[in-house]
Write a protein of this length. Structure first.
Length: 355
């Protein structure tokens, strides 16, 4: 297998392929997404009985049937990912039936979606899109080392960047329209295949919370909290994904990623406590983190985020919890075309306790 050569940057940005700057993906039955994927989300309700299970799994299997299974297939799709809000007790009962397709389980805060709600990733890859054993071993080592990281306070998470002379902030509406901001942000993301139109869309989306690190009046690092709402049988599921973290190579390892992502978490918490996240409170905050980047995983643990490898095992799927061959991410060397990612998450309750 050919090793994909990349620098050892600490960025966590998927290489760019399409004009779509959203990481969260579409809703309903699996549909076209970037990098040979089909992505969907069950909106018929909470999967807590056989009726909802049958409806959800049918949509997933319809997407699975569209993958490129044989050399004679003309399908461009090699991965299907389908998410559904499920009742935790129900999926424990049917764990043996669904274990081949459950890739990750993410806990949610009890409330309108039930007393034990979870977000389940149902996924499958075609034979041509499989993980590397060597990469998987490295990921397991990174998880083990990062898991020992102590949880830190907000002041501890931002201290290194402050000591090194950076100013961390959330871009205001006015700043998003400034030509200098556009220029600096474009310079950060250009190497990942972004064009100026993509950057303009990113800056112009009011649902994106954009955190930046400045030094000598220049933006040298950035990260995004992408917020979305998904209608689920009359209720609204509000999610935020920490994504697109990028740092200029001459400013790496100075604490910018930890400080920016922490500042974004605080901004989401403030909006949620005011019930101002698209009209309500947030349900879950997560990142799909590069398993080969130990630094990214360490920051996630220090912020109190939970690894999907841990939560998925608790719901009856030991050995799962990793999104296999999700997207390509520039960073540590990998052996395959795409990266294997961990979902690192905070429930609403955990976010409110983040201090």
């Amino acid at each position: 297998m050919t090793t994909v050569e990349m620098s050892r940057r600490t960025d966590d940005v998927p290489d760019h392929e399409t004009a779509d700057t959203s990481s969260i993906g579409g809703v309903g039955p699996p549909r076209h997404a970037s990098f040979g994927r089909l992505k969907g989300f069950y909106i018929g309700g909470v999967v807590n009985d056989n009726r909802h299970y049958s409806a959800a799994i049918r949509e997933f299997l319809d997407g699975r049937a569209r993958l490129h299974w044989h050399e004679s297939d003309s399908s461009p799709y090699t991965r299907v990912q389908y998410r559904a809000i499920c009742d935790g007790n129900f999926i424990r009962k049917i764990s043996e039936r669904i274990s081949p397709w459950v890739e990750a389980v993410v806990p949610l805060t009890p409330g309108i979606f039930g007393e034990d709600p979870v977000l389940v990733y149902f996924s499958e890859n075609a034979p041509s899109r499989q993980s590397s054993k060597a990469d998987f071993l490295k990921i397991r080592e990174n998880i083990s080392r990062a898991s020992g990281q102590p949880r830190r306070t907000v002041s501890e998470l931002t201290a290194k960047s402050e000591i090194n002379g950076y100013t961390i902030s959330i871009l205001s509406d006015e700043e998003r329209h400034q030509s200098g901001v556009h220029k600096d942000v474009y310079a950060l993301y250009e190497r990942f295949g972004w064009n100026e139109e993509n950057v303009a869309e990113l800056l112009g989306n009011p649902d994106n919370i954009i955190g930046v690190a400045r030094k000598e009046d220049a933006i040298v690092a950035a990260g995004i909290g992408e917020i979305a709402s998904i209608p689920v049988n009359g209720a609204i599921f509000r999610i935020a994904e920490l994504t697109e973290a990028a740092t200029r190579s001459d400013h790496e390892r100075n604490g910018c990623y930890a400080a920016i992502s922490t500042t974004i978490l605080l901004a989401i918490r403030e909006q949620s406590q005011r019930r101002n996240v698209l009209g309500g409170e947030i349900d879950v905050i997560f990142g799909e983190s590069n398993g080969l980047s130990e630094g990214v995983l360490r920051v996630a643990v220090s912020q109190g985020r939970t690894f999907s490898t841990d939560t998925t095992a608790r719901f009856g799927f030991p050995g799962s919890g990793i999104l296999r061959q999700q997207v390509p991410i520039s960073g540590p060397v990998r052996e395959t075309e795409y990266n294997d990612l961990l979902v690192t998450s905070l429930t609403r309750k955990e976010l409110y306790e983040f201090t």
